[in-house]
Write a protein that binds this ligand. Sequence first.
Ligand SMILES: C[S@@+](CC[C@H](N)C(=O)[O-])C[C@H]1O[C@@H](n2cnc3c(N)ncnc32)[C@H](O)[C@@H]1O
Length: 211
Amino acid sequence: MRKVNIPPDYEAKKAFFLIHPESRLDYKTLFHNDNPVHLEIGCGKGEFISTMPVLHPEINFLGIEMKLKRIIIILKRLWIDTHPNVRLLQLYVDEKVTEVIPEGSLDKIYIQHPDPWPKRRHNKNRLIQQPFLDALHKMLKVGATVELSTDHPDYAEWIVEEFAKRRDFEPIFPDGYTQESPYREEHITTFFEKVNAEAGFKPYFMHYKKL
Ligand SMILES: C[S@@+](CC[C@H](N)C(=O)[O-])C[C@H]1O[C@@H](n2cnc3c(N)ncnc32)[C@H](O)[C@@H]1O
């Protein structure tokens, strides 16, 4: 197993950024303000969750990542004075995420390059399934959106099909996805997007609004 070096300021950063909720989050207590809250699921090595909050200090950002090693890597990119609007949770996300995230509380959810589980017999492990879409719907405010991306054509098609089964989300892109990149200003290239782009893959971007 590869070792992850623990930085000297790890404990201080961990105490500030890493939260351990035992019930639904109270954002006011957490961030000490009433600003909108955006959630990133599967932060990986933290390119997005360390960059976007600096561009948008008027927004609070929650990042969820299941792997401790990745949380340690993300913490290396965060500083208490430059990222006061960021908090992290180490959590395996499934539909039970609504036990932590309050209903109708989020202005945006980002899910970038979720694990594609490419083998057919592993498809059942994919994050984007109907019970999880119910959870996404529950967490978002009406009119708020979820942005997703993947480099995997089969997973892109799967995501578009799963959302197409619903009447409570509206696709922002008429075909369900775009491969135009960047598809919006402030696009932050994540680690997986970069690696896959170098291997010749073109990401699919999907964007849905809660009705
Ligand atoms: C393929 S990586 C993509 C990371 C990052 N979003 C990027 O684009 O570089 C998927 C990440 O999501 C995390 N992850 C996968 N399934 C998860 C789940 N159910 N709950 C929380 N994190 C998850 C993995 O540990 C990994 O860091």
